[in-house]
Write a protein that binds this ligand. Structure first.
Ligand code: SAM
Length: 308
């Protein structure tokens, strides 16, 4: 593929260079979590073809974007995910965010097709509670646990377990989750996520500063990652990351991500819906200009609350 824009980087008006792409490949999901924002889905029903996905990622790579996160909906509902992975250009990091329900059977083939690592959503280790959160049937929780083991065994590591903190639901389960993570000796990292309020979920809000203080007291070591200024704790051999997207100017200041919706629209920010740029029918020659347009629309969502 001849990409004349190669060597140009995409920088927005706030000095943020785009380094990663977060792409939804379907809006369909096999769970129905009580708090889910579904990546801010616009409810569109179309899905990109393997060719369109490949073109978008090739154009992104021409702009020096070398990290890709594949998400959904539930991305494993796409039977052609391995085909998608095989059609990608060489990148530094290709990861997948999944609920893990269908992972056991496909961890090996995904690794073989070029996937580097996975994030698996697991909000509770208590099966009854898991069923309450995800509204799933009997037997699903066990499949997710098997999926985590399969991901580790296939080398899709480090596996990150995404746990959204939910008041009155899983707030007291962080200790259990830490013990679970420890058994994998560094191959599994716990990622605690602050709930983003999309709709009727205010009742689940946890005071994350309290949780963070507790982690800080327990941790032997605290590091700060550049991406979204995430904090990372090491607690008795278990690694824990904290993702605090809400009301966090640093989250925006360090955001280097461009999103793509399942139907092929570039999305400058998860929290804004009216700034999408459609690339679904564009040729690879037309796409670079559309990327520049999308990046020119990037405005830090939390800038109004505090000067960046
Ligand atoms: N189905 C896949 C999964 O379960 O990981 C991918 C899509 S899901 C929307 C991606 C991630 O977003 C999950 O880890 C989920 O926990 C998180 N998420 C969904 N709604 C959220 C919210 N309101 N606040 C914070 N995180 C949320």
């Amino acid at each position: 593929m001849n990409l004349s824009h190669s060597k140009e980087f995409l920088k927005d008006d706030y000095g943020r260079t785009i380094k990663s792409l977060r792409m939804s490949i379907t809006d369909r999901c096999n769970l129905n979590c009580i708090y889910c924002h579904n990546e801010g889905s616009t409810g569109a029903s179309g899905e990109m073809s393997v060719g369109t996905i490949s073109n978008i990622v090739h154009v992104a790579a021409g702009f020096g974007i070398n990290r890709l996160k594949i998400s959904g909906g539930e991305p494993l509902l796409r039977k052609d995910l391995e085909e998608i992975l095989l059609a990608l250009p060489p990148l530094k990091d290709v990861s997948l965010t999944t609920n893990g329900v269908l992972l056991r059977e496909r961890a090996g083939s995904l690794k073989d097709a070029g996937l580097n690592r996975v994030n698996i959503s697991l909000d509770s280790l208590d099966e009854g509670n898991y069923k309450h959160i995800t509204k799933c049937k009997d037997g699903i929780f066990g499949k997710v646990i098997e999926g985590i083991h399969a991901a580790v065994d296939s080398g899709l590591t480090p596996v990150k377990l995404n746990m959204v903190l939910l008041k009155g639901v899983n707030g007291s389960e962080v200790e259990d989750m830490l013990s679970f993570v420890k058994q994998f000796h560094g191959d599994v990292i716990l990622q605690l996520i602050q709930l983003m309020d999309f709709g009727e979920v205010a009742c689940y809000h946890v005071d994350v500063d309290e949780v963070e203080k507790e982690l800080e007291l327990k941790a032997g070591c605290v590091q700060v990652r550049e991406l979204h200024h995430r904090k990372k704790y090491l607690i008795d051999g278990a690694e824990v990351e904290f993702v605090k997207p809400v009301d966090n100017t640093e989250f925006c200041a360090n955001c280097n991500r461009l999103r793509v919706t399942a139907d092929g629209k570039l999305r400058p920010c998860l929290l804004v819906n009216d700034d999408l740029v459609d690339v679904s029918h564009a040729s690879v020659e037309e796409m670079p200009e559309l990327f520049r347009l999308a990046v020119s629309r990037r405005v830090p969502f939390y800038r109004k609350r505090k000067e960046m």
